[in-house]
Design a protein around this ligand. Sequence first.
Ligand SMILES: Cc1ncc(COP(=O)(O)O)c(C=O)c1O
Length: 376
Amino acid sequence: MSELEITDFESLTRPAVRAVTPYFPGKPIAEVQRELGIRRVIKLASNENFMGPSPRALAAIRRDAKDNHLYPEGASPLLRQALAREHGVEPNQVLVGNGSDEVLRLLCEVLLTPDDEVVVAQHAFIRFKQHAALMGAKVIEVPMTDWTHDLETMAKAASARTKIVFVASPNNPTGTYNSRAEVVRLLKALPETTIVAIDEAYYEYALGQSDYHRDLVSMLAKHPNLLVLRTFSKSYGLAGLRVGYGVAHAELVGWLDRARLPFNVGLLAQRAAVEALKDKAFVKRAVAQTIKNREALAAGLRKLGLAVVDSAANFLLAQPPIPGHALFRRLLKRGVIVRPLDEYGLAGHVRISIGSVAENRILLEALARVLEESPR
Ligand SMILES: Cc1ncc(COP(=O)(O)O)c(C=O)c1O
């Protein structure tokens, strides 16, 4: 043993790290099976695609599994090219990440110092403020209006020290979205020195909304401070592979790329994403089925007395008559995982991802039982 023993590791950490609240992911199925000894467990807690991955992506994974002794190509060139074609931009305007979460992290690592500020909405996707806090930046939280990002107030909250304004549309966990007109006004209101990061993780689910911002990338020519984020984790059904990306000005992408780990996206992840991108029919089917199931589930939840926020994504924000965490624990005992939202400041709510017809039925049955047992 070394003579010098460190017992106070906290004193070694950067102060900013101590200020970061831990992220609690949706509880995994295998963990619940181990802890509670239940075989049938369904997970409606991480907004995954209940239809699984696209068959084309699965075929690519099977075909290329034999290549896994090789490092992947570092900058995901084929996927980058395919995404550039998809968005009508140059490949050097696309940054592929280990999930879009990595692109958010890179943005904060590259831009933020403790002298900087970021602006987020109060119940926005929590990773925005966690990444910013990790860099020691000041996080300014702006209240929502009707569970929706109030972009006008967010623009007013930005100062000369604001490096990034984050917007998730649709937002997790509220499921609400902003209109194209609102986003355009935000871009016009902010100086080019403030990066506007629009997180479109649930883009494909929102396309049915006539006023949704379906073509933001086209605004890049006019607004070089825009960064649009997308992911393969939701409608493409590849959450386990970890692939997401950002589209932005080539120069900004170049800086983010400098901080990227050399092999940030796995070989199978790159190849499966290239195939998944071609399988538009799968995404269309998955989105249509999800929306159908979402509307049925929302009606079922309301019938059981829960308040449900209208959603443009693949999950619902719901307020049960008992605290969110109590509901989470009781449903867990019945083999159903939903997401409590205490860290979002929404202790009275839960987030429920849309499952298959059978999964949603199991959830509603378990919920009915739990609410029967619980004093309201
Ligand atoms: C709004 C939003 N953005 C980004 C992400 C990150 O997704 P991924 O890192 O899997 O691409 C999520 C995941 O739930 C999300 O809800």
